[in-house]
Design a protein around this ligand. Structure first.
Ligand SMILES: [Zn+2]
Length: 260
């Protein structure tokens, strides 16, 4: 690969759009979304930051979306998913939550940067290709009111809107709501994490029609222990969702062996 810039966008702007983009570059020159070094295009990473992204690719566990050590030639389920099946149907994430991905998500949490949103939106569209084809409605993981107050925006909701605009699927940010705050999951056992999240989410009564009988695509920025998206999936399924898939930018998981 030569030096240059890297983005997953395949859109080819027309002449007018290109001219406007060039005029825009004179005002705001393009920089690497992660390290701010100068680039020739917007919404992209420099070669150094790009190399520091650990994208997740096939073969994957069909349920958890975690990488598998070898390809079996068809859909595979990891031992981890068989031992403790998730409440959602399938999860997919664009990259491991390390290096550039971690920096982008942390930066995004505390400042809503348009160029980060565009780049992460591209990654989500690629990672969630199969899930988007089956989805009827996009729903972001809701944030507690207290955290929303301090951050002023919910990054999962912003990502959901980007995916909605790019895929043409409807988005509902109010279908799922947080009923109560939860304590941090760090240091909790699997059972404690589940108890901590139990009943934390519910489907708004006025939005039940949007959920019942439909395939929901749940969006979050990072899947860490999976307890949050599992609790959301349980609430959506209790409200009659036919299927709940999960799409996130980052995933905290290691490679696990296939079940024998
Ligand atoms: Zn960079």
């Amino acid at each position: 690969m030569s030096t240059g810039t890297y983005s997953n966008s395949d859109r080819r702007p027309g002449l007018l759009a290109r001219a406007l983009a060039r005029a825009g570059d004179l005002v705001v020159p393009p920089v690497c979304v992660a390290c701010r070094s100068s680039l020739s295009v917007h919404h992209a990473l420099c070669a150094i930051c790009w190399r520091d992204v650990a994208f997740i690719g096939e073969p994957l566990c069909d349920r958890l979306g975690i990488p598998l050590p070898f390809d079996t030639g068809g859909p595979s389920i990891s031992a981890a998913a068989l031992a403790d099946p998730p409440d959602y149907d399938r999860a997919r994430a664009a990259a491991h939550f390390t290096g550039t991905t971690r920096r982008l998500i942390h930066g995004f949490k505390y400042s809503d940067r348009q160029e980060v949103r565009v780049l992460l939106g591209n990654w989500l569209l690629t990672a969630g290709h199969d899930l988007l084809g089956d989805a009827h409605l996009i729903v972001p993981v809701p944030m507690s009111r207290r955290r929303l107050f301090w951050r002023t925006f919910n990054q999962a909701a912003l990502l959901a809107h980007v995916i909605g605009q790019r895929s043409g699927l409807p988005v509902s940010v109010s279908a799922l709501r947080r009923r109560r705050a939860t304590r941090p999951q760090v240091g909790l056992t699997r059972t404690q994490r589940r108890d901590n999240m139990e009943g934390a989410f519910a489907v708004s009564k006025s939005k039940r029609d949007l959920i019942e009988g439909h395939n929901i695509l749940l969006i979050d920025d990072v899947i860490t222990t999976g307890a949050t998206v599992n609790a959301c999936a349980r609430a959506l399924k209790r409200a009659g969702a036919a299927r709940v898939d999960v799409l996130a930018v980052g995933l905290v998981a290691g490679e696990v062996p296939l079940t024998p």
